[in-house]
Design a protein around this ligand. Structure first.
Ligand code: UDX
Length: 439
């Protein structure tokens, strides 16, 4: 099959490389000439474990190409995927569809022969209808099916998620469209991934509903964590105890500093707007967003509390800045309101992140960046773990204690065991578990 992938952002690049790895011929198209030039040099513009090797192997096998010219690959393609950005529109939280509609018009002008145009970007319900209308308006003679095929991959685990998905959702009622997309994903039948065929609008809503549900699950356990701290329960055991019920499931029940990233905050906001446009109020999703925002801002207070109430003139070491491990992505990261809160309370902040410091400097220019976790903790009055990078799990606690001015650790990801922290003489607070106060 021949595939044109429009947009070499996160979803486009990962999907394009994986489709090529399935054996399809894929051309990734982007308007940004510097990005395409970098890809030609073998430089990957995003940090994603394994992606550089996957791209290199498929470029070498001549199954994966990059270009700024949309027309030629679209003319030859059996399927054209739209994977351009849909940022939150400034001011109102709606998804900004300028790039999607722009791509649709350009695709329409270039299509030759029967082609399936697929939206992979997360788009509001009804966008497929508008994409189809725009394509037919631009090129009335076109033989096209417009389908929705939302993507569920997670940053940091994107290739695995793409190759071993829980399900593939194909949204089109057209038999020819279903056949083409069935062929595109046929290699995944080896991994026994179920393909769910449904109507286009339903597929579009599945994506938002999935993200909103996961965001709700996280927010729910975060509130249970707050209660656990007050009543002397352990939220991790509560999560395990409820998660063993198959109806609930154990995943996405890790309490923490609140969700961030490029999808959950943006997509929950957009879903609320979609519902409002249809006179439906999604009270649960609205509450999730509100509770999560407040939570992220409240985390700095946790640091102050364990540090004796005031942070004025104190030095706080922050470990982990990205919104989660294995990515350099700082979008809506809990570290941003945390660090801002610490600075507002008069603290001096030193920080470390294994890959995110370059991105972090843009968001948080007024702090000191350190080469490693020990250097960061040196002389600090308190240390906060914000992102659960694997290297922070195995820090030498004795060395840390010797290097810090005060042995105070606030672990917002519950990566340490309270008994270990007690044994090493740390004052220790985590999420949803009883704190070990300063002695
Ligand atoms: C998410 C969805 O998982 C994915 O299906 C969708 O395609 C895009 O959005 P991503 O944003 O890459 O993926 O990261 P994810 O691993 O889902 O984490 C999102 C946020 O939730 C992070 O800030 C993470 O720390 C937080 N989280 C996740 C928790 O706080 N607790 C959990 O149990 C799980």
């Amino acid at each position: 099959m021949r595939i044109a992938m429009i947009g070499t952002g996160y979803v486009g690049l990962v999907s394009g490389a994986c489709f090529a790895d399935f054996g399809h011929h894929v051309t990734c198209v982007d308007k940004d000439a510097s990005k395409i030039a970098a890809l030609h040099r073998g430089e990957i513009p995003i940090f994603e474990p394994g992606l550089d090797a996957l791209v290199a192997a498929n470029v070498k096998a001549k199954r994966l190409e990059f270009t700024t010219d949309l027309a030629a690959p679209v003319a030859e393609a059996d399927a054209v995927f739209i994977a351009v950005g849909t940022p939150s529109r400034r001011g109102d939280g709606h998804a900004d569809l300028t790039y999607v509609y722009g791509a649709a018009r350009e695709i329409a002008a270039a299509i030759k022969g029967f082609t399936v145009v697929v939206t992979k970007s997360t788009v509001p319900v009804g966008t497929g209808d508008e994409v189809e209308r725009l394509i037919r308006e631009t090129n009335p003679a076109v033989d096209v099916v417009v389908a929705s095929n939302p993507e569920f991959l997670r940053e940091g685990a994107a290739i695995r998620d793409f190759k071993f998905p829980d399900r593939i959702v194909v949204g089109t009622s057209d038999e020819r469209g279903r056949k083409v997309l069935g062929d595109v994903y046929r290699p995944l039948s080896l991994n026994q991934a179920p393909v769910m065929y449904t109507a286009r609008r339903t597929a579009e809503l599945i994506k938002y509903a999935a993200n909103a549900f996961l965001a709700t699950k996280i927010t729910f356990i975060n509130e249970i964590a707050d209660l656990s701290e007050k009543v002397g329960a352990d939220v991790q055991e509560v999560a395990r105890g409820i998660g063993l019920d198959n109806r609930i499931g154990s995943k996405f029940l890790h309490a923490g500093p609140g969700f961030g990233g490029s999808c959950f905050p943006k997509d929950t906001r957009a879903l609320i707007k979609i519902a409002q446009d249809h006179d439906v109020q999604l009270r649960i999703v609205e509450a999730v967003l509100g509770v999560n925002d407040i939570r992220k801002r409240a985390m700095a207070r946790k640091v102050a509390n364990l540090s004796g109430g005031s942070l004025r003139g104190k030095t706080v070491a922050v470990l982990g800045l990205t919104f989660k491990p294995d990515t350099d992505d700082m979008r809506e990261a809990p570290s941003i309101p945390l660090v801002t809160g610490l600075l507002d309370m008069g603290a001096r902040v030193r920080a470390h992140d294994p890959v995110g410091m370059e991105q972090a400097r843009k968001e948080l220019p007024d702090i000191e960046y350190c080469d490693d976790a020990y250097e960061c903790a040196k002389g600090a009055d308190a240390m906060v773990v914000v992102t659960e990078w694997v290297q922070y799990r195995t820090l030498d606690l004795e060395r840390l204690k010797a290097d810090m001015k005060q042995p105070v650790v606030i672990d917002l990801r519950n990566i340490y065991r309270p008994e270990d922290m007690a044994a090493h003489g740390f004052a220790y607070d985590s999420v949803g578990r009883a704190p070990l106060p300063r002695t």
